[in-house]
Ligand binder design. Sequence first.
Ligand SMILES: [Zn+2]
Length: 378
Amino acid sequence: MEKRQYQVCTRCVMDTSDSVIKFDENGVCDHCKNFEESIKPNWHVDHLGKEKLDKIVDQVKKDGKGKDFDCIIGISGGIDSSYLLYYAKEVLGLRPLAFSVDTGWNLNVAVENIEKVVKGLGLELYTEIVNWNEMKDLQLAFFKSQVPYQDLPQDHVIFAALYNYAVKYKIKHVLTGGNFSTECIREPLEWVYQNDLRMIKDIHKKFGKKPLKTLPLTSMFKYKIYYRFVKGMKVHRPLDLIPYNKTEAINTLKEKFNYEPYANKHFESIFTRFYEGYWLVEKFGYDKRRAHFSSLISTGQLNRDVALRMLDNPPYDKTQAMRDLEYVCKKLGISKDEFLSIMKEDNKTYKGYKNSSKFIALGVKIAQFLGIEKRQYR
Ligand SMILES: [Zn+2]
């Protein structure tokens, strides 16, 4: 493929590391265009959002009458989910069950944050501990597969565990910390591919060694259709209906719970730190901070010049990267040399494996048609 000339958007900080990015005559990218035309006009944190949220809260309370919990919230120790847990209990008056998944990688600071917030709110926490040998086998298979998205196994397991639990224990309402405020500029599909069980299974079949017997998994069909339409599970994004500001959220959490923020979004795990800061950057040239900063710029929470200056520095320092590399290799049970030789092999994408991308694209088209999905998908 012909190498594109480098270009960075004049409004956000997305650039040609997104190989299909388009720019208009003013140098503004199609992510920005999508934000202005599709997200902003439909995103109401004023009285319209409040009315919508009031309705949801009434329904959640009604459905939860006589039950131990009226909703479930997956909590990672990150800002969005921690703030949501606080907001649901203290502001909305809901009775959530806090649900966390231990995939074997969480930093102590994340675990402590979860405990601080949950305890401070007087809530109950359920932690699902996944089978480490299976998790490890799947993650190693993913590295060997040469795809960029090394967080997919953990992400998949975490949300599958949450949804499976909610359905099993008949907790109808799932509240997620997903939000436009910090994620309105979506990472391109080539950086972060969706939860595709077909691809996960194919990669594991080719490179895995142990059968996945207990790992929580769920197909798109199961959670998008069966769980929602047959089991009646409802997923809400309350942070899109209120004025949600990252800095204010951190301050609230610090003040109320002595919460400790992380250096970067999603850096609550060593694995994520290593994969985002090293694997993605060194092997693929993708810097996820670009999408995150661009979201904050679009929503007026970050100055573009400041973002560009931060991007001039690597996501995390080399010494730390090398320490993390050793830690990750040791945990996965391979040598450093073995890992470095995996890293040198040719890059691949989901297209190199069996996948459901056509089905997913169709689902997104339907969701966009119904007005459920506003962000562009490409
Ligand atoms: Zn842009």
